[in-house]
Design a binder for this molecule. Sequence first.
Ligand SMILES: [Zn+2]
Length: 418
Amino acid sequence: MNFTKNARSYRGRVLTTRPEQSVFKTHLEEDGVVVVGADGTILFVGPYSNNVPHPVVDFHPHVITPGFADVHVHYPQTRVMGRATGPLLDWLSNTVFPEESKFVDSAYADKVANEFYAHLIASGTTCAGIYATSSKSATQTAIQHALNVGIAAQVGLVLMDRGAPDALVVSREQALSDLAQLLNFTAGNERVKLAVTPRFALSCTPELLREAGHFAAQNKLLVQTHLSENVEECRATLAAFPGCADYLSVYESAGLVHDQALFAHAIHLSDSEVERMARAGAKVAHCPDSNLFLGSGTMLLRALLSAGIKVGLGSDVAAGRTFDMRRIAASAYDVALLQKAPVSLEELFALLTFGGAQVLGFGDTRGALTAGRMGDFLVIDVPEYTRQKSDILGQLLFASDTCKVIRTYLSGKKPNLP
Ligand SMILES: [Zn+2]
């Protein structure tokens, strides 16, 4: 082995998918090593030997895994987690909108952003799809913190030109100008990107949706929004867009349904909508804990995967009650089992890591421990007596209270938290 200077080696039980070979298959290297170069790129992953570069940080018997992806999370809702004021439309009015209105105060936004990123890192999240608010400065705060901390993120200015309190409504002209400025702010950054983020159809005029679609296409940006979360919301959406035959067609008519689009929830869909999403290459953020907490319904994970739709897991804090993506994976498992359409532990692990990175547009550079990707990885305390790969996976996915995240590395470095 021939390594560049200043490489570092991390020894432990290495568990990862190898997406280039098979997305839903997990590999375990009992005595493995991850070698990371000075620029944070993974140089080698495989069996440990004496030839690996020094220093060697020995984490054995802890398990080294790729970082987790939370593909749908709202940073301004950090402080209102657990407020049981659902279902969706009541919860937005009673809990979310009053809290998000506070984020025009930049000191408040800054304080909460610190808390938010600390929660992500403590949970092992290294890659996230983040909704900010309709405030440009609050969005810029979220972007700046992501840049500082070292996490990979898609961050969105939340577009709302109707259907919200005055404090949150921003005109189409203003929102487009804010988007252009935020795009400048992130220009050229491969790790933290601006995502075009209409909150949902009900908070946007058709004109704003169309211009958002145009802005995203022109600048090759990810689109993220909510789709078919709650029955009442679906009904109200069709009433607000009378020309549209179903919810998805609201977004289709605005040019928002394509392979750079990520839709959260996707619960109450017709077969036709699923088929059209699959054909367009649209992605889905599955947020089972949020769906249970707000009584929204349960997404058909197996059906969407079978249709060929790419899926990642989202906490959807604060409709979700935890930043811990392993609890979200547990909910996804439970819901699928009750639907008699189970998912395997290997599938879940893939959704939690590579699948999430992929739907956020980081699939080529993150989400797995293979040479050439960035060194985003976790060290997790799985007991030494847990030896079988399936048992390690089970502990890792479902026993987050006992198998804690000991360390989080972002591009081979410790997170830069204040
Ligand atoms: Zn959400």
